[in-house]
Design a protein around this ligand. Structure first.
Ligand SMILES: CC(C)(COP(=O)(O)OP(=O)(O)OC[C@H]1O[C@@H](n2cnc3c(N)ncnc32)[C@H](O)[C@@H]1OP(=O)(O)O)[C@@H](O)C(=O)NCCC(=O)NCCS
Length: 177
């Protein structure tokens, strides 16, 4: 398997990332979403190009004690070649080693109900369903999703049942499916 090279986000390729996410996900992301990605620590976003075509990307944000995978997707013709695996490995490596993730105790993402391929995919890396969120999406059917997580540093987790504090900067209604 060829390991794809992972490219950081820049002003020169952010428009391509926006087009890719529009093609992959039924949730739309605002200009502010992309401005915040450009301002974020560089290792939280990675892109995969093939012959100058953007074919895959992952976008994360630090959310309190967690690393939140907001989007992770590969264009259909480029799937089952290990690109998704390379992106997840980058996320795991970043959560483990990046200074921006020093306070991160877990990694999580939202997977739309019915997306069994993604649930199976993430389970291979040790992620499991934490809970089902009913009517999480407002303009997508089915509207429910699963929060899928992997705990990496249990001692860093805040109270598991505490509500999210106001410091949570991630807008959860702009989430990947
Ligand atoms: C889920 C998703 C990211 C997986 O991406 P991918 O690039 O196909 O992932 P990989 O190629 O690394 O692995 C997928 C499968 O291909 C297999 N594979 C990997 N390399 C392969 C190769 N060279 N030849 C054949 N199969 C291969 C993997 O073993 C895996 O198989 P399995 O499901 O039977 O275990 C992709 O399907 C996708 O973008 N889906 C739509 C968006 C989405 O749902 N994102 C997740 C929620 S944010």
């Amino acid at each position: 398997m060829v390991v794809p090279s992972l490219t950081p986000l820049s002003k020169d390729n952010v428009a391509q990332l926006s087009s890719l996410n529009s093609a992959l996900f039924p949730v739309s992301y605002s200009n502010r979403f992309y401005e915040e990605l450009l301002a974020a620590p560089a290792d939280l976003v990675r892109l995969v190009f093939e012959d100058d075509v953007l074919v895959a990307a992952v976008c994360c944000a630090v959310d309190g004690d967690a690393l939140y995978v907001m989007t992770l997707g590969v264009l259909a013709p480029y799937r089952e070649r290990g690109i998704g695996t390379a992106l997840v490995k980058h996320v795991l490596d970043t959560a483990d080693k990046s200074p921006s993730c020093a306070a991160v105790g877990r990694i999580y993402m939202h997977v739309q109900e019915g997306n069994d391929e993604a649930l199976h995919f993430y389970s291979k890396f040790g992620f499991s369903v934490k809970r089902k969120l009913m009517f999480y999406y407002t303009r997508v059917s089915p509207p429910h999703c699963f929060e899928v997580e992997k705990v990496i540093r249990p001692h860093l987790l805040r109270s598991r049942n505490a509500p999210e504090g106001p410091e949570s900067a991630v807008r959860h209604n702009q989430s990947a499916v």
